[in-house]
Design a binder for this molecule. Structure first.
Ligand SMILES: Cc1ncc(COP(=O)(O)O)c(C=O)c1O
Length: 524
């Protein structure tokens, strides 16, 4: 027998004058304890309870941040409610972290509910569950209602009109859709703007290549005045070195021997600094460096709340730094701390306060390292939405911002001083009044891991996506026509770019040149 349950916790109140209520989308909405009382316990239940407690814990921590309006779509007509980037991406993270379906619904009285669904052997609940998921399909896993940031607020303005014009004026019929276009003027403005912000300050820009994976673009960033670049993978490093870049930070802890060998090989032609967070990882890096007769700089990664990699305490960091300094082929260079868990906080002041608080322990750590006789030449962290905060941290030397180059629908509201330069060009497959418009670009060609795609130039709400299609409800005044080429702005550019081998560089809505995504994974 199969079955299911849904458990909801109240996430935030959209209207503080209201209280109580249950989600409209799923009808009855039992709490975990109601439901648990009616069915036998199993090991899975315990995991479920733990998972829900973790959700609650995370929500408690998030309470300081402004979560914005209700998230996700929740009514039976699939009418969407605009999600806030902060809360929708939180949902995405939570769901991927716990490998369960995290559902978001709005209650009749405008409370936001965050629900967590799982299956268990119990009666006929499965069909009920299916119904619930169908009702909530547009908010499941990858939230599919249109992000606030995607639609400029106010009146009749349509989102991303420049990219919409690019799609309609670009004459490239020989290139089949979907393909990715970059508005080179916009991209260059973003690069210049960020480089000018850092100028010749003590805190230097070391832009992250993982965003575009194009050594050509990294070179443009260096030309605009950056300290070096940041990479996430050995393939990015290899492409960068082949492209003539000679100062690279690997902001990632690699432990695969083959990958480390590739990094060490690249270090023959460039100054390469890697991140490490354990004695074992450092030993592996040391072995790769000595095998290749090269030297690798190492920064100790400290976890400042993201809970990805990084040591947890200052004592651990000092101990590891001393150990690294003692290993052949390695030299200790400093500290890395990435505030990845905070980059999506919607409210800029709250984001800034959270980043300052997260980095606070780093000051003490630097003192401790000094007392231990260790020289620190690099302290690195930062992202596109926190570049200005990172700039203001007195000890940060290298800021790893990446996504400001192309931007995307999710980042558009977080740092509106940068413009969106990237879109997928797609062809309309189906267009009927009252029905969603169907495009020939699906999740295999436009990522949905962080926010949803946005149809440029139309008043449209994202309806759903599947492997080869995205569907949008277009609200007029004009419907895109069958065969028409349109521009779709990804929710997340970084993970969309790596689905393509080439980017189509355009200027004044005309083709200029192809940019090779040469930092893509060369092995898989
Ligand atoms: C280690 C590290 N540094 C910096 C960034 C910042 O990137 P972005 O500017 O694209 O948010 C990331 C993003 O994933 C990262 O993983």
């Amino acid at each position: 027998m199969s079955g299911c349950y849904r458990a909801y916790v109240r996430l935030a109140r959209a209207d503080p004058s209201q209280s109580g209520g249950t989600p409209t989308s799923v009808g009855r909405c039992p709490t975990l304890s109601d439901e648990a009382a009616r069915r036998p316990r199993s090991p899975n239940d315990l995991a479920t309870d733990r998972g829900l407690r973790r959700v609650c814990g995370k929500l408690t921590r998030l309470r300081g941040a402004r979560l914005g309006p209700p998230v996700g779509s929740s009514d039976r007509d699939h009418r969407s409610v605009a999600p806030s980037p902060a809360s929708s991406s939180f949902a995405r993270k939570a769901s991927s972290a716990w490998r369960k379906d995290l559902l978001i619904a709005r209650s009749s009285d405008n409370l936001i509910w965050l629900g967590w669904a799982g299956n268990y052997d119990h009666g006929t609940g499965r069909s009920e569950m299916r119904q619930g998921l169908d009702d909530l399909s547009a908010s499941r896993m990858a939230p599919t209602s249109q992000g606030e940031g995607a639609v400029p607020a106010g009146g009749d303005r349509v989102p991303f009109p420049g990219l919409a014009r690019l799609a309609s004026e670009l004459e490239l019929p020989e290139l089949p859709t979907p393909f990715l276009v970059v508005d080179l003027d916009v991209m260059e403005r973003n690069i210049e703007r960020m480089a000018a912000y850092f100028g010749t300050s003590r805190s230097r820009l070391r832009p992250h290549m993982k965003h575009h994976k194009c050594s050509e673009i990294s070179r443009l960033q260096l030309k605009a005045g950056c300290a070096g670049i940041t990479c996430a993978t050995s393939d990015e490093i290899r492409a960068a070195v082949r492209g003539g870049i000679d100062d690279i930070l690997l902001a990632n802890v690699l432990t695969d021997r083959k990958r480390l060998a590739s990094v060490a090989d690249s270090a023959r032609d460039a100054k390469v600094t890697i991140a490490s967070d354990s004695a074992h990882a450092a030993q592996l890096a040391s072995a790769a460096a000595t095998d290749h007769h090269v030297h690798l700089g190492v920064v100790v990664e400290v976890d400042i709340g993201m809970h990805r990699s990084g040591v947890s305490t200052a004592d651990e960091a000092v101990e590891l730094a001393q150990y690294i300094a003692s290993l052949p082929g390695l030299s200790f260079r400093g500290i890395m701390a990435y505030e990845g868990g905070l980059v999506e906080i919607e409210d800029r002041a709250a984001r800034s306060a959270a980043v300052h608080a997260a980095f606070e322990p780093i000051g003490d750590l630097l003192e401790q390292l000094k007392r231990a006789g260790l020289d620190v030449e690099m302290v690195t962290g930062g992202a596109a939405s926190t570049y200005d905060v990172a700039y203001g941290l007195p000890y940060l030397t290298d800021v790893q911002a990446g996504s400001y180059v192309f931007m995307d629908a999710a980042y558009a509201t977080l740092v509106p001083e940068f413009e969106v330069a990237l879109a997928a060009i797609a062809t309309v497959a189906t267009s009927r009044p009252g029905r969603p418009v169907v495009l020939d670009v699906g999740s295999k060609r436009i990522s949905t891991d962080w926010g949803i795609p946005v149809l440029a130039g139309f008043h449209a709400r994202h309806y759903a996506n599947s492997e080869e299609h995205n569907r949008f409800m277009v609200e007029g005044p004009r419907m895109p026509e069958v065969g028409e080429r349109v521009a779709v702005v990804p929710g997340h550019s970084s993970s969309t770019v790596s689905l393509y081998q080439h980017l189509v560089g355009c200027r004044n809505n005309r083709f200029e040149r192809i940019l090779k995504v040469d930092g893509r994974d060369a092995i898989a």
